[in-house]
Design a protein around this ligand. Sequence first.
Ligand code: NAP
Ligand code: COA
Length: 300
Amino acid sequence: MLGKMAGTKASDFDFDVCMPTYDYVFQPDVLRNKVAFITGGGSGICFTIAEVFMRHKCQTVIASRNLQRVQVAAKKLEEATGVQCLALQLDVRKPQDVMRGVDAAVDHFGQIDILVNGAAGNFLVPASGLSYNGFKTVMEIDTMGTYNTSKAVYDKYMSKHGGVIINISATLAYRGQLFQLHAAAAKAAVDSMTKTLCNEWGPQGIRVVGIAPGPIADTEGMRRLGGGAMGKQGLDQLAQNLPLQRVGTKRDIAECAVFVASPAASYISGHTMVVDGGSWMTDDNNLEAMGKRFMASAKL
Ligand code: NAP
Ligand code: COA
């Protein structure tokens, strides 16, 4: 089940940590009695979404390919928040896996009120160097994974009970981000699904909302794509080019997700919220700068 990662130790997935302290912006129990199903919740941005949801009393399911990763993460999340988190192994590319995971979540908690489609794969590569399978792989994880999980959760729970679907997207397609043909196309398709599913599933009480993060510190995405591979110099240079002069935090995205999931956003659907401090407009998108990022990321 662990594929290429078989044999790795739990400590290999010990990177993400919960916040040592947390000051509330929203009411601390705003998500009480809710259950969220979060793909990719074992690491990065979606780990912190799970944490902040749980701090607001939402029970969570975190699911990804590597069972060890999600089990280690669930333990940390439960210890930090005192709220229950179920860890599940699944590959969002495989409908049978996803259906099995959704069944397990409904069996365990009896409900799924919020779905976060966060599982994704990405790497920097010029289109000329992208293999057919590389393109297909990212489309399958990001786009088909979002479809597979949304459909399973709709069929098995939300069609009768309503809910909120949050699609984690990206701004890559807005300016044709260099060396990101695959992920930009995949996330543009996700944004399209956000609109269509808003129209089709709205009558069943389902809101569908996208969140498109900018460059987010301390994430695999940043390490691979955003200059993280160039070390402190790369990160400083990136921040200098951004309107708010800083990269984002995982908490920036998680607080937006709490807002979207809460009743405060009850009339928001079909829209992808850009949470990037304006960075998509000013971040590098030229061959020289992106060439340097690509060369650095190739050494990872
Ligand atoms: P990350 O930690 O690498 O998160 C990706 C997660 O997806 C991992 O937990 C991975 O776990 C899971 N995953 C990958 N393939 C999967 C599959 N086939 N089935 C199930 N799970 C799978 O990356 P991140 O940087 O935090 O990114 C999180 C989300 O934010 C992604 O949607 C990404 O596109 C988006 N985003 C990030 C940034 C950024 O700056 N970081 C910017 C814009 C958008 P396993 O390996 O265990 O499967
Ligand atoms: N540059 C170019 N092509 C790459 C690549 C890179 N850095 N990494 C993978 N590929 C290609 C592979 O060569 C392969 O194509 P091929 O068969 O033509 O050689 C194809 O992509 C699939 O690679 P594989 O490693 O078999 O896929 P996987 O299903 O095991 O893993 C990935 C999926 C490639 C997306 C992997 O990077 C991953 O698991 N990512 C999850 C974490 C992540 O990306 N986080 C950031 C989110 S923003």
